[in-house]
Design a protein around this ligand. Sequence first.
Ligand SMILES: Cc1cc2nc3c(=O)[nH]c(=O)nc-3n(C[C@H](O)[C@H](O)[C@H](O)COP(=O)(O)OP(=O)(O)OC[C@H]3O[C@@H](n4cnc5c(N)ncnc54)[C@H](O)[C@@H]3O)c2cc1C
Length: 471
Amino acid sequence: MGVAHDDTGVAVALSEGQSLRAEYLVGCDGGRSLVRKAAGLDFVGLDPSTSWMIAEVEMDEPDLGMRREGGGIGPVNRAEGGGPFRVVLTEGHSAHTSEPTLEDLSEALISAYGTDFGVRSPTWISRFTDMSRQAASYRHGRVLLAGDAPHVHPPQGGQGLNTGVQDAVNLGWKLAQVVNKTSPESLLDTYHAERHPVAARVLRNTMAQVALSSPDDRHQALRDTMSELLSMDERRKRFAAMLSGLDIHDDLGEGHPLLGRRMPDLDLVTANGPLRVVTLLHAARPVLLTLGEPGGVVTEDALVFERTSRSPMRAAFSCGNEYLDRYIRTQARQDQEKRAVGVYVLRHTPTDRIAGYYTLTASSIETQDLPEDVARSLPRYEVQGAILIGYLARDFQFRGAGIGEMLLRDALQRGLEMQQSGLRAVAVVVDAIDDAAATFYESYGLKPLTRNPMRLFMALETVAILPRSGE
Ligand SMILES: Cc1cc2nc3c(=O)[nH]c(=O)nc-3n(C[C@H](O)[C@H](O)[C@H](O)COP(=O)(O)OP(=O)(O)OC[C@H]3O[C@@H](n4cnc5c(N)ncnc54)[C@H](O)[C@@H]3O)c2cc1C
C-alpha cells in the first residue's frame, strides 16, 4: 500500500492493485497503522519491556483473583461464577515472533501456579505488551490518524477505546466542516492540538501503572503509598476523572469555567418538564442550550400581558433585530404616553424579563388590496379602517416557548375588542419584517394583501370565530 498527497487530495494504492483518490485520508487502522507508516509520521516512545498473554478458556477449579505482578484468573460471568474463565498472565519477556498457542498458555500457568488447571477449549488467545508510543503529529497534510493508529499504550485502566472514540468525534465534525467548506482548513490543526496532549497523558499514567505492578518489595511499598494517597477524596476524584477522560479541558482561551470542558450532566427544568443534559446528546448532534435564570422556566402561568412595562429589564430585551430591540428599549414608553400607539408587553414574572411585545395602532387598508371574496362583504368604501400590529417581537432567551403565537393571538383578540368598543376597523394587519415572519403569520391564517405580500391581514370576522387560547 502507498499513500501520496498533494494540494488537492490523497491517492492511495491498495495491495490488490486498485487505487483510490479522496480529499482526505484518515488512518484508523490500529496500532500497527500502515497509513501512519506510509505517511512517514514518527511514532515516538518506548519499546515493550514485558508481554502479557490473555485468553478465554475452560479450566478445572482454578485459583481465582488478581496476582501480585498484575493479571490473574476470573470468571467471564462475574455474577454467576463458573467457567469459562478469563486469564491474564505476564510472560516476563516481550520478544515473540508467533501467535500464542494453548501450549504457551499451559506453560505460563504452570510457571505461575504450578499447574495449568486442565486448561482447554480456548475461545481465543491473544497477547499484548506495554509498548508506549505516540505519533509526533496526528496530521501530515491531508493524512490524519485516529484511534490506536496515533497512540499505543498498556491496556491498564481500559483507556484506549475511549481515547480513540473521542479522537474520532473530535476529528469527525471538523473534517465535515472543512470538506463542506464551512470552516477553513486550519480547523484541522486544532485536532492535533487538542487530542495529542490527551493521549500523552494516557501514555504517562499507563506507563506508571505498569511500573507500579512490578512484583518486588520496593514496588509493593510504592503501591501501598499510592493506595494511601488515593484514599483521599480530592486525589481519588482527580485520578478517576483522568482515567475516565472526564477531566479533558480543550484550551479555548479565556471565558466561562466550563469552556472547552465536558458539559456536566445537569438536571434541566424546561417548559416540557424536567430532563437531563445527556438525554439531549443521544442523537450525537450538536446541542445548543439557552439557559434562563434559575427558576425562570417559561410556563404560561409565569407570563403576564401588561401595557408598556416599567420593568427595568426592558433595556435587556434582545430579539436579534436591532430595529425591534431599539423600539422597546427607547421609544415604546414615549409612544404609549402620547397614546399614539398601544404597546403590550408579555412579562416573565420570575425573572422580570420581557419575553415579547407588540404594538397596535389605528390604520387603514385600501379595499382593492383585499382579495375579492373578502372585499365583497365589506362596506363599499375605497378605504377600510384596520388595526395595525406595528411591531411584534420575542426575546431570544424565550425561543421555543411559543411566545410568538401568544403575542399574535393576544394582538388579534385585542384588535377585536377595540372594534367591539367602537373603533371602525374590518381587519387586523401586520407588516412582516422578512420572509420568515411572513411565513409565521401565514401559518396562523393571516393572508397577504394582493399588491403587497409583506403586509398580511386577518378579517375581524375571522378573529371572532378563532378558538380562544386553552379552548
Ligand atoms: C488486552 C486489551 C484490553 C483492552 N481493554 C480495553 C478496555 O477495557 N477499554 C478500552 O477503552 N480499551 C481497551 N483496549 C484498547 C482497545 O482495544 C483499542 O484502543 C481499540 O480497539 C482501538 O480501536 P481502533 O479502531 O483504533 O483500532 P483496532 O481495533 O485495532 O482496529 C483497526 C482495524 O483496522 C484494520 N486494519 C489494520 N490494517 C489494515 C490494512 N492495512 N488494511 C485494511 N484494514 C486494516 C484491522 O483489521 C482492524 O479491524 C484493550 C486492548 C487490549 C490489547
